[in-house]
Design a protein around this ligand. Structure first.
Ligand code: ADP
Length: 556
């Protein structure tokens, strides 16, 4: 812009200079021509008076250096000429000034030389005898004048050019400076050029609009990020080239990259499954692949994003399916175990009933068979009861109310209710400790104590004993059930809490165990935020210690 202003100023100033010079020269030339014509007129008048009085002698004695004097007869013949031989001169009757003088008494004209370098001014006057006296002077034409002035003109032009360059440069900078210093952040505060006000007002309005739109976009982006970052499923937006455009926290942690945006997904998570999902999605179809990363199993679901029929990007969802697969596995195992557990007693029942039905069983043995059917049925009922209890616990036992419960009282009742079994097994029972009140679900607490005491009796030796102790430690209550039985090998202690897991399968079945007792204990303890620990020595006995925190509510 500075350059354009500079050029324009230079061009305008030089044009004005040249035009001014030309006009000035023209005016000057006209002025001097008028002056010369006036002088010529005076001189012609004076000379005419002289010739009228004295005749040709007047002309012969006249010193006429700078002008040419001609005397022309009425017939146009040249009677005298100060510059040429009059006898050789042509008739002048047709000359404009002569014709005019003969007609009006005075005549004037001017003629250019053949080269246009000179101009002759003529002034003629009619004498009383009818002849005409003509004076003429030569004058430089405007062109000659210009050529003669060329050198000084060039010098002045050069000086003017230099001056105009300097001023144009300064002026251009001065004009542009306020434009460069415009405060576009606060357009309305600029007051330098009034002409810019409409533009600045428009900029201000547009700026405010842009600010509003930017704030709105920012707010929406924040909202989106907050929503997306809170989603436990990994969400990755990819362009056609597999470059990550956006990715939430869950996805970043799976891929092990904090700032994944802008990188190619395969450069930070090089898995063939992801590559396959992306490639298939780029062809326009939804694709799901499962990959194992750092011991966890993830499902990668690639959805193509289509705009006008062409795939422009991919939305990749990453779901952690480790838990789900584990749960499915447990469910499958559980179903298989339940079927297996139910099959054996049902086969026994069906076999016994078939024998009785076919009359193969003697009348005296029917009682024994009925007893077998009854005990197998009881085993199935116990099993189904335990399954119902477990599934109830799995669902969180929300329908059961919590209340302040004294563990010692519950233990006392339980020990009493099991005294007959203990007696049958030849095991003595003992309850020690103190009252310890916790906020819990009495039925579940009672179930914990019952299962632990029942096991302590079942897996004991004849003559052994079971000690139940309850202790209040202020912040927690501790229940300990120890026996002098067969004990649990250390490597089995983790697994005994699994559903249907038994250390000694045949013994458990023989004594009517379902393999679900300790699972129920573990789940009921979890609902009370309690921890369960197993100690003891194989062959010498087992001690179960359950610690109930008093303050903590259920974790579920
Ligand atoms: P079950 O109905 O078979 O008793 P549990 O879940 O109650 O099932 O116990 C799982 C297994 O743990 C039992 O089969 C048994 O082998 C072992 N076990 C449980 N309690 C004791 C204990 N006090 N002493 C020795 N082994 C035990």
């Amino acid at each position: 812009m500075t350059k354009r202003i500079f050029k324009s100023i230079c061009l305008v100033s030089m044009s004005i200079f040249l035009l001014g010079a030309a006009i000035f020269m023209g005016i000057l030339y006209e002025y001097f021509t008028d002056l010369q014509t006036e002088q010529l007129r005076t001189q012609t008048s004076l000379a005419a008076q002289g010739v009228a009085k004295i005749g040709k002698a007047y002309l012969q004695n006249l010193d006429a250096d700078k002008c040419r004097i001609s005397w022309i007869s009425q017939s146009g013949d040249v009677l005298f000429d100060s510059a040429s031989d009059e006898s050789k001169m042509e008739n002048h009757l047709e000359r404009e000034e002569i014709k005019e003088a003969l007609k009006n008494g005075e005549g004037e004209s001017s003629r250019y030389s053949s080269t246009l370098m000179e101009r002759s001014l003529y002034c003629a006057r009619l004498l009383p005898d009818g002849s005409v006296l003509r004076l003429s002077i030569s004058q430089n034409t405007l062109l000659t004048l210009c050529l003669g002035m060329l050198q000084p003109l060039c010098v002045v032009f050069a000086a003017a050019l230099i001056l105009s360059l300097i001023f144009a440069s300064k002026l251009a900078k001065k004009i542009v400076k306020p434009l460069n210093e415009l405060d576009l952040d606060n357009p309305l505060e600029n007051e330098e050029y009034e002409e810019l006000s409409p533009l600045l007002r428009r900029i201000d309005a547009q700026q405010r609009q842009i600010c509003m739109q930017r704030d709105e976009l920012f707010r929406k982006q924040k909202e989106f990020e907050t929503v997306v970052s809170g989603i436990p499923v990994g969400i990755v937006l990819l362009n056609r080239g597999g470059v990550i455009l956006s990715c939430n926290k869950a996805a970043a942690s799976v891929m092990g990259a904090d700032s994944a945006a802008g990188k190619n997904i395969l450069s930070i998570c090089r898995r063939p499954e992801i590559n396959e999902a992306i490639e298939s999605s780029l062809k326009g179809s939804f694709c799901e692949k499962i990959a194992e990363i750092n011991g966890a199993r993830y499902k990668f679901s690639a959805n193509p994003v289509t705009i006008d029929g062409t795939v422009s990007g991919i939305v990749l969802l990453i779901t952690d399916i480790t838990e789900k697969e584990h749960a499915e596995q447990l469910r499958r195992e559980f179903t298989a175990n339940v079927s297996h557990e139910l099959k054996t007693p049902l086969q026994t029942i069906s076999g016994s009933a078939e024998l009785i039905m076919n009359g193969i069983v003697k009348a005296g043995d029917i009682k024994e068979f009925a007893n077998g059917i009854y005990s197998e049925s009881r085993r199935m009922i116990n099993l189904i009861d335990d399954i119902i209890k477990l599934s109830h616990l799995d669902e969180g036992a929300y329908d059961m109310k919590r209340e302040d419960t004294d563990l010692y009282s519950l233990a006392c009742e339980t020990v009493k209710s099991l005294s007959l079994e203990a007696q049958k097994a030849g095991v003595s029972t003992e309850l020690t400790g103190e009252s310890a009140v916790i906020n819990g679900i009495p039925r579940l607490l009672s179930g914990i104590i019952y299962n632990l005491c029942d096991n302590a009796i079942k897996y004991n030796k004849t003559g052994g004993n079971v000690t139940v102790s309850v202790k209040d430690s202020g912040n927690s209550a501790t229940l300990t059930v120890s026996d002098t039985g067969i004990g649990i090998p250390p490597e089995e202690r983790e697994r005994v809490f699994e559903r249907f897991y038994r250390v000694d399968k045949s013994r458990s079945k023989e004594i009517g165990g379902t393999g679900l007792g300790l699972s129920i204990v573990k789940h009921a303890a979890m609902l009370h935020n309690a921890s369960v620990k197993i100690d003891g020595e194989p062959g010498k006995g087992t001690t179960f210690t359950v610690v109930f925190p008093k303050s903590g509510k259920a974790a579920f």
